[in-house]
Write a protein that binds this ligand. Structure first.
Ligand code: DNO
Length: 402
């Protein structure tokens, strides 16, 4: 298991020097300044790598080993005429990364919106702050702020009434905040929109794209990229759609074990793999995470370790709970990942460790009031990493003894 930490680049309030102190060995990063659809030049990759690894000679080494993410241009997801040039650019970026020794690449295929939360400062009984997704607030945004055409056909009468009540109780400031959280930006988002009208236009592009068509566009992207990934030894790791279900009338296709079965049946290449984002998959009750870790073990190259606590009344609402105490059995998931590594070792698959990172963390203690990327605080993530590290060490010791 390789312990990694996401770093957003020189503007990240968490410095490389701080990350070094967490004991992580690997950095997950991206060239966020390069627009979707452009090639990542080798010189830029090298310069970024040097920012991360430049101090390795005289300090505890950190390596940039995982990319999260090379953005997939919307035209590829839409299968628009001319999208081939964006696939070519994506594949060239991948090859350039491989030339620099970076061979694990996370990406996603979510249309228009990337990961989405409604509350970035949800206060827990402990006094720490977590991220939250509230289905009623999201519906209020969809129905009464965005005013999406025909949106009401996707909600029951009770859901519409609840959303109306929530909307009426919100101040103007809260409405703006909710809108920004959904359309403007959480860290690492792959798509940009500039206001509600632009956002609506982006949604409208998908009017004729259903699940089947979106899947087809993913498969034709992979058909071109996977042979080149195999040739340069890259493991691709698709990230699930977060939250894992259709939203705002948009199809989402990487949400469940069945979706992954469909993906691998269509594109069985060994380079076709996943990011097991435990928090994302577990935000729906029908995903059994330890079973998924077992079933897709050989395909898992990267794992985001976190959990959620779902609202007992409304299972689509959740907050991001502490790394070990959530709705899923994190110890059982880690055990499956460790067993997979043992299996790889037995098969002689050297250098095929699974990268894990503490995904998100509370805003707590000294980080409260500081500028942080939502979910990407120092102390909360360090607590998460320390907890999962404890589990990894304890399980590894047990497994060594058997
Ligand atoms: C959120 C992340 C997402 C994810 C991308 C993957 O914290 O998990 O930003 O990185 O969607 O491509």
């Amino acid at each position: 298991m390789r312990e990694s930490w996401r770093w957003f680049g020189p503007d990240d309030p968490v410095s490389i020097a701080d990350i070094r102190q967490t004991g992580a060995t690997d950095i997950v990063s991206a060239l966020h300044a390069i627009p979707a659809g452009d090639v990542w030049p080798i010189e830029d990759i090298r310069a970024h790598k040097d920012l991360i690894e430049g101090q390795n000679a005289d300090q505890a080494p950190l390596y940039w080993t995982v990319v999260e993410s090379i953005p997939v241009h919307e035209d590829i997801k839409l299968g628009r005429p001319g999208h081939e040039k964006y696939i070519e650019a994506w594949a060239q970026s991948m090859e350039n990364l491989a030339k620099c020794g970076i061979k694990t690449i996370c990406y996603n295929f979510m249309p228009v919106i990337d990961w989405t939360r409604t509350d970035l400062n949800y206060k827990l009984p402990s006094g720490a702050y977590a991220l939250r997704f509230d289905q009623q607030k999201f519906a209020a945004f969809d129905l009464f702020i965005l005013n999406r055409e025909n949106a009401e056909t996707e909600y029951s009468d009770i859901e519409i009434a609840d959303a109306k009540r929530v909307f009426n109780e919100m101040s103007e400031e809260e409405k703006t905040e909710l809108t920004n959280n959904i359309i403007a930006g959480l860290p690492g988002k792959m798509t940009d929109s500039y206001g509600l009208d632009d956002f609506k236009a982006m949604l409208d592009n998908y009017r004729h794209i259903d699940k089947k068509a979106l899947r087809q566009n993913l498969f034709s992207f992979l058909e071109k990229v996977l042979p080149r990934a195999e040739a340069c030894g890259v493991n691709l790791a698709i990230h699930p759609d977060d939250p894992p279900r259709d939203m705002l009338g948009l199809p989402r296709i990487i949400c469940t074990a069945d979706d992954l079965d469909i993906l691998f049946e269509a594109q069985p290449s060994p380079s076709n793999g996943i990011t097991l984002c435990v928090g994302t998959y577990s935000s729906r009750p029908d995903n059994d995470l330890p079973a998924m870790a077992r079933q897709f073990g050989p395909r898992i190259h990267f794992s985001h370790l976190r959990g959620v606590s779902r609202d007992p009344e409304e299972q689509r609402s959740f907050y991001e709970a502490s790394h070990l105490d959530s709705d899923i059995d994190m110890v059982a998931v880690i055990k499956e990942l460790l067993s997979e590594e043992v299996r790889r070792e037995k098969n002689g698959q050297k250098g095929n460790d699974i990268f894990i990172r503490p995904d998100h963390g509370f805003q707590m203690m000294d980080d409260i009031g500081k500028q942080v990327n939502p979910g990407y605080s120092t102390i909360g993530r360090m607590k998460g990493l320390a907890e999962v590290r404890g589990v990894i060490r304890a399980l590894s010791a047990q497994m060594d003894g058997t």
